[in-house]
Design a protein around this ligand. Structure first.
Ligand SMILES: [Zn+2]
Length: 285
């Protein structure tokens, strides 16, 4: 352990300075939830995929449709990747979503895409775990702070060769879906939305923690697709993430993804958000 330097005389005063929100979000474009809710009435399911435990599956959602991720059979955490179906370089940007909305997201909050697009790609329209809030440990549900469990970290920390981490599951699913060799699919896999996962940072050491997810069969998270989406969902080998991941030890269950189409004309006048309007000149001449 390195020794901490001596605190200066005004340490208490410096620590007492009140924090300032980095990105006040009052000027964020607000999703038209009443329009989405009206479109959801009379919407019909057009397809579903059951994601098997310790595996992943892809699904496509046209702009203006909804998709729902449901817990079935038992408590299970899911790792979600989303791409613009027509341009995989535009993908979910976990870090910027975290900067805009905080560590965990729920109804009315959005998943944002990578630069230079930086626009909402999906809006959460329903969250049956919205009651959970923030617990006494600083834990909450559906985080954008974790990355995804992966075989490289397991190898680094424990010398393991485990092939069913979410990173590998997402890679396999994307490779299968697009007919790509795994080495070409892997770079498209990115930091996830941890669906149903209960996480936070310890107050004393600031370490990333997880605890048993409060999700139960019947719970779901539903989204409105703002653009044409390709999604991949992994049913994490950690199961409810109460103990460990990156192994076959935990009890794991499937996750259901359903795609739902709005009624004809229910979204008349609605358009996908435009890409970010910054001119991308970056001060270059
Ligand atoms: Zn995982």
């Amino acid at each position: 352990m390195t020794k901490s330097p001596a605190a200066p005389a005004d340490a208490a005063a410096r620590r007492a300075i009140k924090p300032v929100i980095c990105y006040p979000n009052e000027t964020l474009p607000v999703p038209d939830l009443p329009l989405y809710q009206a479109a959801r009435q009379g919407a019909v399911k057009t397809g579903e995929v059951l994601v098997q435990p310790r595996d992943a599956a892809c699904f496509e959602v046209p702009a203006g449709h909804f998709f729902r991720i449901s817990s079935v059979e038992g408590p299970q955490v899911g790792d979600l990747n989303l791409w613009n179906k027509n341009d995989l370089s535009e993908r979910f940007y976990s870090g910027k979503t975290r900067a805009l909305h905080g560590t965990h997201i729920t109804t009315g909050e959005r998943m944002w895409t990578s630069f230079p697009h930086m626009r909402p790609m999906a809006t959460i329209t329903e969250d049956t775990l919205g009651w959970y809030g923030m617990d006494e440990f600083g834990g909450s549900v559906h985080d954008v702070i974790g990355t995804r469990c992966d075989p490289y970290t397991g190898n680094l920390l424990a010398g393991s060769q485990y092939h069913h981490c979410c990173h590998s599951n997402l890679t396999r699913a994307l490779a299968d879906h697009l007919g790509l060799p795994p080495a070409e699919a892997e770079p498209h896999v990115h930091d996830v939305l941890n669906v149903f996962m209960c996480t936070g940072f310890t107050r004393d050491t600031g370490q990333y923690f997880m605890k048993a997810s409060p999700v139960r069969p019947g719970d779901y998270l539903e989204f409105f697709a703002e653009i044409d989406l390709l999604g991949a969902l992994s049913a994490c080998p950690g199961g409810d993430c109460s103990a460990e991941h990156s192994s076959d030890t935990a009890a794991c269950f499937p996750l259901l993804v359903e795609v739902i189409a709005p009624a004809e004309g229910a979204l008349s006048g609605w358009k996908s958000p435009l890409p970010n309007a910054y001119d991308q000149s970056h001060g270059c001449r």
